[in-house]
Each structure stands twice: as C-alpha cells, then as structure tokens.
Design a protein around this ligand. Structure first.
Ligand SMILES: [Zn+2]
Length: 170
C-alpha cells in the first residue's frame, strides 16, 4: 500500500474512533450545544450545560454538589425521588425507564412536561421544584404501568396528589 493511502486510511480510522467517542459520551464534561447524559436506574438524564444540571439536582434534592466529582450522589438523588413517586402511587412498572432533558433559560409556558411518545420529561432547571419534577415522573410511571392509558383527568388528579404528598410521612 502506498504511503498516501495508508495515511488516508489512518485518518479515516481515527475519524471513526472520534465519532464513536462523541456519539456516546455518558459523562460530565458537557459543552454547550452538545448534549451528554448520565444514566440512573430509571432515567437517562441529558443536559448541555453543567451548571443547569447542578441547578436541577439541587432543586430536586435540596443539596448542592458537583456532579463531576460526585456521580453516585447525582444518580441516587434522581432515583430516590422516582422511588418516592412509585411508592406513593404503589405502581412499579417493570421495566421502567424514561429520558430527562434538562433545559435552562425558562421564559414562559410549562416548567416541565412529560411527553409520552418519547417517554421523556423536559424540565427547566432554573424553575423546577421537587414537586414539579415528581408530578411529571408520576405521569411517566402511570404511562408505563398501565397497558391502556388512564383518562387524562384521572392521571392529572393522581399526579397532583403525588406532588402534594411527596414528603408527607417524612
Ligand atoms: Zn400533569
């Protein structure tokens, strides 16, 4: 093989390695505009901005920590809340997995929403509360627990119940 072809092949291979690395980066080194995610037992949490992720975790857990240094804490703060929601509803879908998209820069409209088609929760890190997030997780639980969807009105009443009674027995 001549030198030029060998070089081209090497470049191509490095390109593939690079693309594979970029395409599936579960981790904390988020740069603006390139979403990365971390995986918990129940959720894949996508974010583009490490600060927004920190705000989100703080607002749902009441604790401030740096995800990059404390991955286990970040994972458990999400799963802890999801476990609470499941035990209040007494519904434990299995398997149960959903996606969270952590956004920032809220202006107007819903602070959070569950989208059944993508099994995903979109949430604004700068406005969310633990109750708001739990409300949307309740929608995710109900969506995946029942084979045919509950009437909207019933879902809404149950999700509001979860929000109101989240820490009642604590
Ligand atoms: Zn709702």
């Amino acid at each position: 093989m001549s030198g030029i072809w060998l070089r081209a092949l090497t470049l191509l291979l490095w390109g593939c390695v690079w693309a594979a690395g970029v395409g599936m980066t579960p981790g904390w080194a988020a740069e603006l505009g390139s979403p990365v995610y971390f995986e918990t037992r129940y959720a894949d949490v996508y974010y583009t901005d490490g600060k927004a992720l920190g705000d989100f975790l703080w607002r749902i857990s009441g604790r401030r920590f740096y995800p990059a240094e404390d991955n286990a804490e970040a994972v458990s703060s999400v799963d802890y809340l999801v476990d609470r929601v499941q035990s209040i509803l007494d519904m434990r879908p299995d398997p149960f997995k959903f996606r969270v998209d952590v956004l920032s820069g809220y202006t107007k409209g819903d602070i959070a929403a569950y989208l059944p088609n993508g099994r995903s929760i979109k949430v604004y890190a700068d406005r969310v509360t633990d109750g708001v997030f739990a409300h949307e997780v309740a929608h995710a639980v109900m969506d995946q627990y029942f084979e045919s969807a509950l009437p909207r009105k019933v879902q809404e009443i149950l999700a509001q119940y979860v929000d109101r009674h989240l820490w009642e027995d604590y």
